[in-house]
Design a protein around this ligand. Structure first.
Ligand code: ZN
Ligand code: ZN
Length: 160
């Protein structure tokens, strides 16, 4: 994660797209930088509202769309679930836990490029990359392993 949320480059990026980094857009962006758990728009709204009580859900949606348009954050889609948002601009894939629905970032290994891993025809024009993995997060995997051990216990031969 790049921790610097007050960086003037964010303001420059948004200005380059003809927008201003308003207080509300900054609050929405800060929220996403602060807690990188890929919240939905409603979750972002709840978090921003706690420090900016006057903000509305519609405004939060607008801020999110503007930030996406400016390339400062991106949409994260999974199945038919509501869109989530990610402020990590580094090359990364997403891991979706089937059990607790957590979404985490999987960083790219150092000195690798996506082109090293995927066979992409040279004549295509790529506008966006979305790589997703799904399964169980470490906590849920550990819980499941524990449950299996507990279930196996009664099948052991009783002591004579
Ligand atoms: Zn992400
Ligand atoms: Zn999980």
């Amino acid at each position: 994660m790049k921790p610097n949320v007050q960086s003037p480059s964010y303001d420059a990026t948004i200005a380059g797209r003809g927008f201003r980094m308003t207080e509300q857009r900054r609050a929405v962006h800060d929220t996403l930088m602060h807690q990188a758990d890929h919240p939905t728009a409603v979750e972002v709204f709840m978090r921003v509202k706690s420090r900016m009580p006057s903000i509305s859900l519609a405004t939060v949606y607008n801020c999110l769309e503007t930030l996406v348009e400016c390339g400062l954050i991106r949409h994260v889609h999974h199945d038919r679930e509501p869109s989530r948002y990610c402020a990590n601009l580094a090359e990364h894939a997403h891991f979706f836990c089937d059990e607790c629905r957590a979404v985490t970032d999987l960083p790219m290994r150092p000195r690798r490029r996506p082109e090293d891993v995927w066979e992409v025809p040279e004549d295509v024009v790529i506008s966006k990359r979305e790589v997703a993995f799904r399964g169980l997060c470490p906590e849920c995997a550990a819980k499941q392993a524990q449950q299996k051990t507990l279930q196996q216990k009664p099948t052991k031969k009783p002591k004579e």
